[in-house]
Design a protein around this ligand. Sequence first.
Ligand SMILES: [Fe+2]
Length: 384
Amino acid sequence: MNNRSLITTSDSGLYVRGISSLKLPEMDDQSHNQLPANSGRTIAAPAAMKDVELVSPSRWAPAWPNVEKIRIVKLCHMRYRHPASRVGDIVAFLLDFGMQIVKKTEQAIWFSGYGVDQYVYYAEFGPEKAFLGGTWEVESWADLERAAKLGNSEIVQLRDAPGGGHLVTIKDPEGFPVNFMYGATPRSQPTRKPAESLQVNDEFSKPRKGAFQRFEPGPAAVHKLGHFGLTISDFELEFRWYTTHFNLVPSDILFAREGSGNKTDVAAFLHIDRGQAYTDHHSFFFTIAPSKHVHHSSYEVHDYDTQNMGHFWLKNKGYNPVWGLGRHRLGSQIFDYWWDPDGFMVEHYIDGDLVNEDTPTGRHLAGDESLAVWSEPVPSTFML
Ligand SMILES: [Fe+2]
């Protein structure tokens, strides 16, 4: 067939005289402007926040009474109660989520990651489910005693827990349990990382030559507990209590605009202030919501492939996804949220930001766009 056999006149006025003489229809130049391609960069915090309203932690100083803070070192594990009738479902889910059982008794199971913490998730079993609080490791016995005094609670020895230690549980102003622990023996070193760091070829840099990427499917192994959060009703009350009594400092705050145009703070992401030492962008957050409950707890996994393989492992097992994968704007984590069989939300994350005392605190307008850089739309079930 030669080009002559292709000559025709289309309804749109397009002449096709072989490939070399193709004539395109008239186009509206305005609607075909070239688009800037998406991009990503790693930017030092002050420059990254140059267009953001900054607030100084001293903004809240007048509200802080002169108390000696209870010094938190890290967030170490979560505590939940699940219905005893569902123990099999919960254990199966947490194993598929990438945790490992380190100890079992008749009433409780301790689940670990592969980091230095003896366990990251304590599940006790009873008549009905309950959120029993996040657990903060404190610097000294004196800090633990100050926590006990603050909550008018007793310090208990953890006789059964791996690593032992002492624990005190107090209530925050909205009635949420908060745990503090001291004296637990950490693992001597993290257990071996289950996945090697991959050599990744991009379009210009191709360090991986003559070698292939190979994977084994399975759960995304949990490294450590990263953060947890609450939905609350009184922002100022909770904010003052947590920032007054503990070395918790806001990394970012979200505000809503009232009808009058005034800004009202509605959510805060808080990091553990360890001075010059860098800590996770948030170990804790709270946000105003229609009902009060634990929002989610979040666990770190190795990398993007690990996280995706974990996502599809859970999906293929029939568990209920909430939202993800996507990348958060504040904190930068790539997230993946799931419902456990009892309706508690848990998250796998990778690639979170680190901050220290020099990192500015930002104040942003609350909204779906503040939650993610890329993702499916925020589901209505995410923030109830
Ligand atoms: Fe999270």
